[in-house]
Design a protein around this ligand. Structure first.
Ligand code: ADP
Ligand code: ZN
Length: 528
């Protein structure tokens, strides 16, 4: 071992209290300690912090850590303090007096690590200060924020491109847990890391079992899932709305599952108390919005459930990634339905006026990727890893053995004929109605509304007896997810997309994982 490696190993043990490096940590640390820049792509929980914290101690001067997450800085710094590392942070929550004291201490060489918000780094004042002291390295955390294609674009990050010019010779380490190919290219370009080495860890979480099912009655489905698979175990359930987190928590408690709610609208003391309780006690289920989870380090979370689709594959991966950090089997379980698709498409479209067309297209492409993950008849893991640009080593599509596609042998169903009927029905009724109405027409319901419109006389009236109402919902949902319909207007009426012609002409066949034919007709209305 080189003397550098020996020193790194000693610090790892004595300061951080770990016996060995994980994954590529040792390589990354030596690389930076030797003064080189790099990009580190590692999933959440992989151990990115150590990759800059340890070189900060190995190199002279102070390490500047740029992080957009002000809420996490304090926590990171207090963990470092417990380990006896001289660290602090500078952000907008401090008074200018407190900041001035810290700046004096920096000049005196009293810190190994200083966390700063990107907007702070860019001030002239701070800049001038940095010019006067030795800098060990710049760590750019959450580096995907430089990319406007990503889901977390921060304009201040774009200006970090000045670092190599203003601080030549200081190594830069960009870290992120989420970067598709395009975002990765952006990071390398914006931070001028084109020549730098990239350390890319696998995103595979083999101990996570991915399951995605159609929503019928999501609370019931959740209760059954917890009772059957995770009684007495800790888990997180993600919902889209604050109200839903509270209602779901109350309902689970009423069903003897200890549950707590968490969302950004709660009073801070209550929220903190819920978080502490979840971390300390066993077997608590946290019902939360996406506000929960950043920086949560609880190794024995046995499941992460989604009652609504998250906004992107990145969010899905991050949120599910909080389960099973201890490496033991854990479940990533999700239900979804047409209302999710409509909500997300609507959100994507409502931003349309404010963002440029390519950015908008990127957003639509991200949404399509998410829906395709839900609708796929192939292995979920393969799709996920594909999305992150990681080639899966398996030649077969159904190979992971630990997702619903690989574990259950649901035969794939050809539903082209039903799809043709659904599309014709939309066409015959003038492309001006929502899904439930169209299903009523297909199944031949004699409602007043149908009679008023004269749709009991169109050729598609009552031609859909082969499917239950739930079966038809499955068909419509797939067609919507796959982009054969577009949903528009306040009432989310369905229109045919150009691609629908291929199905109507019999050139495109539609295959589903979930059989709509034998679906146990649930009487729950999908909340559309
Ligand atoms: P990330 O920033 O990639 O999400 P963290 O840096 O927060 O991950 O690390 C995740 C967890 O792994 C933390 O609890 C951290 O203390 C732990 N960890 C990191 N490196 C090691 C290691 N070499 N050995 C044991 N635990 C580690
Ligand atoms: Zn699989």
């Amino acid at each position: 071992m080189t003397s550098l490696a020996v020193r790194a190993q000693t610090l790892l043990r004595e300061i951080f209290g770990y016996t060995e490096f994980r994954g590529q940590q040792a390589e990354i640390i030596t690389h930076i300690a030797n003064g080189n820049s790099c990009l580190v792509l590692m999933p959440t929980g992989g151990g990115k912090s150590l990759c800059y914290q340890l070189p900060a101690l190995l190199r002279d001067g102070v390490a500047i850590v740029i992080s957009p997450l002000i809420a996490l800085m304090e926590n990171q710094v207090s963990v470092l303090h417990e380990r006896g590392v001289r660290a602090t942070y500078l952000n907008s929550t401090q008074t200018s007096k407190a900041a001035a004291v810290i700046e004096q201490d920096m000049l005196a060489g009293n810190y190994d690590l200083v966390y700063v918000a990107p907007e702070r780094l860019l001030t002239n004042r701070f800049h001038a200060l940095l010019q006067r002291i030795p800098i060990a390295l710049f760590a750019i955390d959450e580096a995907h924020c430089v990319s406007q294609w990503g889901h977390d674009f921060r304009p201040e990050y774009g200006r970090l491109s000045m670092l190599p010019e203003k601080f030549p010779g200081v190594p830069r380490i960009a870290l992120t847990a989420s970067a598709d190919a395009r975002t990765r290219t952006d990071i390398l370009r914006c931070l001028e890391l084109g020549q730098a080495r990239a350390f890319i860890s696998s995103f595979d979480r083999p101990n996570l079992c991915y399951r995605i099912t159609a929503r019928s009655n999501s609370r019931r489905q959740l209760l059954n899932f917890i009772r059957n698979q995770h009684p007495g175990e800790a888990g997180i359930v993600y919902c889209q709305s604050r109200k839903k987190t509270e209602e779901t928590a109350a309902w689970l408690n009423a069903n003897h599952i200890p549950a707590l709610a968490y969302h950004a609208g709660m009073e801070t003391p209550v929220r903190t108390q819920h978080q502490k309780k979840f971390l300390r006690e066993n077997g608590i289920v946290m019902i939360a919005t996406s506000a929960f989870g950043l920086g949560i380090d609880k190794p024995d979370i046995r499941f992460v459930a989604h009652l609504d689709l998250p906004r992107s594959i990145e969010s899905y991966y991050q949120e599910t990634g909080r389960a099973g950090r201890d490496g033991l089997p854990a479940d990533a379980w999700m239900v979804y339905g047409p209302s999710d698709i409509i909500r997300l498409r609507y959100q994507a479209e409502s931003n349309a006026g404010q963002i440029s067309i390519p950015v908008q297209q990127a957003a639509t492409a991200r949404l399509d990727a998410l829906l395709a993950l839900c609708e796929t008849t192939a292995c979920r893991r393969t799709r996920l890893l594909d999305y992150f640009g990681e080639p899966s080593d398996s030649s077969s599509e159904l190979a992971c053995g630990n997702c619903d596609a690989c574990l259950t042998t649901t035969p794939v169903q050809d539903v082209t004929l039903a799809a043709q009927k659904a599309l014709s029905c939309v066409y015959r009724t003038g492309q001006n109605f929502g899904m439930e109405y169209l299903i009523d027409v297909l199944t031949g319901k004699q409602t007043n509304r149908i009679r008023q419109w004269g749709h009991d006389r169109v050729s598609t009236f009552g031609i859909g007896h082969e499917l239950s109402i739930e079966g038809w919902r499955i068909v419509f949902r797939h067609l919507l997810a796959l982009g054969y319909f577009t949903a528009g207007g306040e009432r989310f009426t369905l229109q045919l997309a150009p691609a629908a012609r291929g199905i109507l002409r019999g050139e495109t066949r539609i295959k589903l994982r979930l059989s709509p034919y034998h679906h146990s007709a649930s009487h729950q209305q999908a909340p559309i």
